[in-house]
Design a protein around this ligand. Structure first.
Ligand SMILES: Nc1nc2c(ncn2[C@@H]2O[C@H](COP(=O)(O)OP(=O)(O)O)[C@@H](O)[C@H]2O)c(=O)[nH]1
Ligand SMILES: [Mg+2]
Length: 195
């Protein structure tokens, strides 16, 4: 997929700010700092359109990006950051529910997982949460460049097993550093978008 045009549409704090254009969407979920924004940037070949940060737990908005006027990427706020108040956590939950339960044009999700580690309890909860909405989940095992070649197979198998991934879901080994997995990610996304 050649991306000729990509831009941020809005950082939405609530439903009324979601873009109205009825174009299909792919949402990205994952722990804070796992590499969601880097994934978007790599896929669309832009250095820093989706803001990456070394400080976790920052984004508390749904960031909508338009790609080639064809579809939206939605960068969803991350989870699993310890230093978050109860109140903020509750707000995050409401934000997720409001988006995932009601967004008609949402076609699939990408759950970004750190390939170096066993999925966390929160990762498992998130996978099941997305499946409960009947959504296809592409599991992106990112930061693959940080693994030794000999570890890759075992780590990928662990991810698949711990998440108890369903048949329809694709596991995609990925690195935003090297671009490994980009082709499979595009192929899978375009299939979900019916393009
Ligand atoms: N080596 C390596 N670093 C990555 C990769 N993806 C993300 N990072 C780094 O991980 C940190 C967090 O990335 P970011 O995309 O901001 O995570 P987000 O909070 O999920 O959006 C940044 O320092 C990135 O440079 C990857 O595939 N390989
Ligand atoms: Mg981010």
């Amino acid at each position: 997929m050649k991306v000729n045009y990509a831009d941020i549409v809005i950082s939405a704090a609530s439903k009324k700010q979601y873009p109205k254009a009825p174009i299909p969407e792919i949402a990205l979920a994952g722990r804070s700092n796992v590499g969601k924004s880097s994934f978007i940037n790599k896929m669309i070949q832009r250095k820093n359109l989706a803001r990456t940060s070394s400080k976790p737990g920052k984004t508390q908005t749904l960031n909508f990006y338009i790609i080639n006027d064809l579809f939206h990427f939605v960068d969803v706020p991350g989870y699993g950051y310890a230093k978050v108040s109860k109140k903020e956590r509750a707000k995050w939950g409401e934000m997720m529910e409001e988006y995932f339960s009601e967004r008609e044009q949402l076609r699939a999700t990408a759950l970004i997982i750190d390939s170096r580690h066993k999925p966390t309890e929160d990762d498992v909860i998130m996978y099941n949460y997305l499946k409960h909405f009947g959504l296809p989940v592409m599991v992106i095992a990112t930061k693959l460049d940080k693994l030794k070649k000999s570890q890759k197979h075992k780590q990928l198998k662990t991810i698949q097993e711990v998440l108890e991934m369903e048949e329809e879901d694709t596991l995609i080994p990925f690195s935003s550093e090297t671009g490994e997995g980009k082709e499979l990610a595009w192929k899978t996304m375009l299939a979900h978008l019916n393009m």
